[in-house]
Design a protein around this ligand. Structure first.
Ligand code: GUN
Ligand code: ZN
Length: 443
């Protein structure tokens, strides 16, 4: 598919040379040798009018019609996809001493109130998207705030950068402070306006954004469900079963629901375009319902560790056939780096005696996330026809990582050590639809 782009892509023909790494299918759990991995060492990646058109071995040098960027000895991956992150929460990242519900009241809600101001919303949106790009993330599913201006600012900034972005106005009509609550009718009007203005414009898509069950009345949840059926192309994003006190609260607020997930299901919010952040405290029936709906869980290990929320059982999700994507959940998460997040994901699984391969982790933050969003023909891989959302990485920064690379034997060993030791300092350049949007050494 040729992506339609609001910002014209680079008209230049570009050829990037390096070690190309991506996936052609989902790697199996625990397999360090996997046919799903496509590693093409020393290849040229050819990009024309913002799209990937071909790849060819390094010794087949493209002709002079191609602007050549020689990154020999570097790694080239599809841009990362962060499936759950909060744009206004750069202001509260790394806040001390609380679990989820206190953290929201103490830090997060006060910070989000500032986004009622259009100037703050605009500043925050550009800072956030530029930071994503500087961490190697070219697409994201984002929570701005309850304020319509925060959504406009975020979509406008994403459009200016040509980014594939999913976002929507946060819905909250109870259990939130003054300045952060809406009401059902007003919120519905805002959502319809925003869908008309942004959904399907270039690379932007709207998500009906329920913050979480405790901050929406049953009437508001039902309204959100009606929006999902009235606009079948929109996404739905929310939080699910993150923290034990939160889960208890949901049972008190919705005593008739079988489970936390059932609250959303009854409201018509469980479908193939639903992105549920966390999903730690689920049972087998919940996992089956997620699988049957082909919904996804946005696993957020950094946030889960930082807020003491719990350890996500990825193996159980996998066994049940639930799609799992990777997310930073900044500001609960402590970094926008998907690589740091994948390192945390490995450690979370290790606590449960499980081993997360580099393939599984990298797939879930590229092609796996794209497939779960129904966007695999556009993002998440280095396949001809996809948008050229591509990042160039150093294999090693500094002597410790360099030594580790020097002694690594097989491909998995090397890539796993890279995934674990690398971070945003390894990022050399980020391209969005073939336009260079981040360059480390630019001064
Ligand atoms: N649950 C409801 N709101 C939030 C939020 O902003 N961050 C996280 N991690 N969980 C939530
Ligand atoms: Zn979140």
């Amino acid at each position: 598919m040729t992506p339609s782009l609001a910002t014209p892509p680079s008209s230049q023909r570009i050829a990037l040379r390096g070690d190309l790494l991506d996936f052609t299918s989902m790697p199996e759990w625990g397999a360090v040798d996997s046919k799903a991995v496509r590693f093409r060492p020393d290849h040229w990646l050819l990009i024309d009018a913002g799209c990937i058109v071909a790849a060819q071995p390094g010794d087949q040098v493209p002709d002079d019609s191609w602007a050549k960027h020689d990154h020999r000895g570097r790694l080239i991956l599809p841009g990362f996809i962060d499936s759950h992150v909060h744009s206004p929460q750069l202001d509260v990242i790394a806040s001390y001493g609380t679990e989820l519900l206190d953290w929201l009241n103490t830090y997060t809600f006060p910070a989000e109130r500032r986004y009622a101001d259009p100037a703050q919303a605009q500043d925050g949106a550009t800072r956030f998207l530029d930071a994503l790009l500087a961490h190697g993330t070219t697409s994201a599913v984002v929570f701005p705030t309850v304020h319509k201006v925060s959504v406009d600012a975020l979509f406008a900034a994403a459009q200016a950068r040509g980014m594939r972005l999913v976002a929507g106005k946060v819905l909250m009509d109870r259990n939130a402070p003054d300045g952060l609550r809406d009401d059902v009718d007003h919120a519905a009007r805002d959502c319809v306006d925003l869908i008309d203005r942004w959904h399907g414009k270039g690379r932007l898509a709207y998500a009906v954004t329920v913050r979480f069950a405790p901050t929406s009345t049953p009437d508001q949840l039902a309204m959100a469900g009606r929006l999902c059926s009235a606009y079948p192309g929109v996404y739905m994003q929310t939080h699910l079963a993150e923290n034990r006190d939160e889960v208890r609260w949901v049972h008190e607020l919705f005593p008739d629901a079988r489970s936390y997930l059932d609250v959303y299901d009854r409201a018509g919010l469980l479908n193939t375009r639903s992105v549920f952040a966390h999903g730690i405290w689920l049972d087998d029936d919940d996992r089956k319902a997620l699988r049957d709906a082909r919904a996804q869980v946005a696993h957020s290990p950094s946030s889960n560790l930082f807020l003491g929320s719990g350890l996500f059982d990825w193996k159980a999700a996998e066994a049940a056939g639930v799609a799992v994507s990777m997310a930073t959940d900044v500001g609960g998460g402590t970094s926008l780096s998907m690589l740091r997040t994948l390192g945390d994901a490995y450690k979370v699984q290790a606590m449960a005696g499980q081993r997360l391969t580099a393939w599984k982790a990298l797939h879930a933050s590229t092609l796996g996330a794209a497939a779960a969003l129904g966007l695999a023909s556009e993002i998440g891989s280095l396949t001809a026809g996809c948008a050229a959302d591509v990042c160039v990485w150093d294999w090693a920064v500094g002597p410790v990582a360099q030594r580790r690379m020097d002694v690594a034997r097989g491909l998995h060993e090397r890539v796993f050590a890279w995934m674990t030791l690398a971070d945003e300092r390894n990022l050399v350049a980020a391209f969005v639809a073939g336009a260079r949007r981040y360059e480390r050494d630019a001064r």
